[in-house]
Design a protein around this ligand. Structure first.
Ligand code: ADP
Length: 339
């Protein structure tokens, strides 16, 4: 009930009550006499104003104001008698509580995310740090004078340092991509040429495993509009994964498909494949399918996560199709340059 209605009811009730009492005591014999009507009218008005001031202003309004202060209500609370201030305060409080609940859930999720992130980071850094520590201690404890091991151990320590540096660089990039603080430098470029440049960079790595990289023959250039360096990084990650997770002497293919205003690039390998339950998780940072199996490949577990972030920053997508022991196909879309 609105305060104004409550006040009118209280006032009339009080006036009727007082008038009846007076009538009973015989002060006014005729209940429709002028005196009776005046008494009724003045009684009602008096009770109305006293109750409205004392009851509404000092009791309800002040308390409602303090509720609004607690919930930091940004709007102006209603304090007119005609408004149902109590009901509005209740609604504002319920809304405030539900917003806080959502915030708490998001903070809990963030905290869980951070805990996992720090846990993964510590786990990933442990191996190279312990390796370096081991090699250096062995060298200090006499290995340095031993011609057979000194160079080998230093080279291994250098390799572990390189791996740590690579991981820190990847992490730095992921953090910037997640904070949306990377500014894309979009330009028009030939995707086919970028694929060829990337293949050339990875040629040695492919040769080590006798893997043949084959790019689909094209009639001309394929112009796209994107951040060339970042897309180069996506291609490097996908093609080097295809090499790493392929069987020796197999083939890696790169194909293009036109799809309206987009071009789909596919990196296809015939390697170990990814099981159905691992497929949705491989884009998570640090996720590796079967750690022991992949440790030889020596990745950071961040490559696909970086690819996904880069493509999402372009409003594009990356997907994977794969069959265990048969191979995988990673596809990503890019906007073609309007010609
Ligand atoms: P990594 O540095 O370990 O390669 P990525 O983020 O690039 O990290 O990939 C995550 C995991 O996904 C890899 O550890 C591997 O288990 C799996 N994976 C990625 N690409 C392929 C592929 N082409 N074939 C099979 N498994 C793959």
């Amino acid at each position: 009930m609105k305060p104004i209605n409550a006040l009118i009811l209280i006032s009339i009730g009080q006036a009727v009550f007082v008038s009846i009492l007076l009538a009973l005591y015989g002060a006014f014999v005729n209940p429709i006499s002028l005196g009776y009507i005046l008494l009724f009218g003045f009684g009602t008005a008096f009770v109305f104003f006293v109750t409205s001031y004392l009851f509404f202003k000092s009791f309800i309004e002040n308390r409602i104001k303090s509720i609004y202060r607690i919930i930091h209500y940004s709007g102006k609370p209603n304090s007119r008698l005609r408004d149902d201030a109590v009901m509005e305060a209740k609604k504002a409080t319920i809304k405030w509580a539900s917003e806080r609940q959502t915030e708490i859930e998001a903070l809990k999720e963030d905290a869980k995310f951070r805990r996992e992130f720090i846990g993964n980071l510590a786990h990933e850094l442990k191996t190279p740090v312990f390796n370096i520590q081991g090699y250096l201690l062995t060298l200090l404890e006499g290995g340095l004078e031993d011609e057979k091991v000194n160079r080998k151990f230093l080279e291994r320590a250098a390799l572990s340092t390189e791996k740590m540096a690579e991981m820190i660089e990847d992490l730095d990039q992921i953090i910037q991509l997640e904070a949306n603080s990377i500014h894309l430098k979009k330009e028009s470029f030939d995707l086919v040429k970028l694929v060829d440049d990337t293949i050339a960079l990875l040629e040695d790595k492919a040769q080590e495993r006798a893997i043949d990289i084959h790019r689909q023959k094209m009639d001309g250039p394929m112009l796209v509009f994107a951040d060339k360096n970042k897309i180069g990084q996506v291609l490097t990650n996908l093609i080097s994964n295809a090499i790493n997770y392929s069987n020796e002497k197999s083939k890696v293919e790169i194909q293009f498909y036109n799809l309206g205003n987009s071009v789909i690039t596919e990196v296809i390998d015939h390697g170990i494949g990814i099981s159905e339950q691992d497929r949705p998780r491989i884009f998570e940072r640090f996720y590796r399918v079967d750690q022991s199996r992949n440790s030889a490949a020596g990745g950071t577990g961040l490559g696909l996560s970086i690819c996904k972030h880069i493509l999402e920053a372009h409003d594009e997508t990356i997907t994977v199709k794969s069959k265990l022991k048969s191979g995988s196909t990673f596809s990503f879309s890019l906007s073609k340059l309007e010609q």
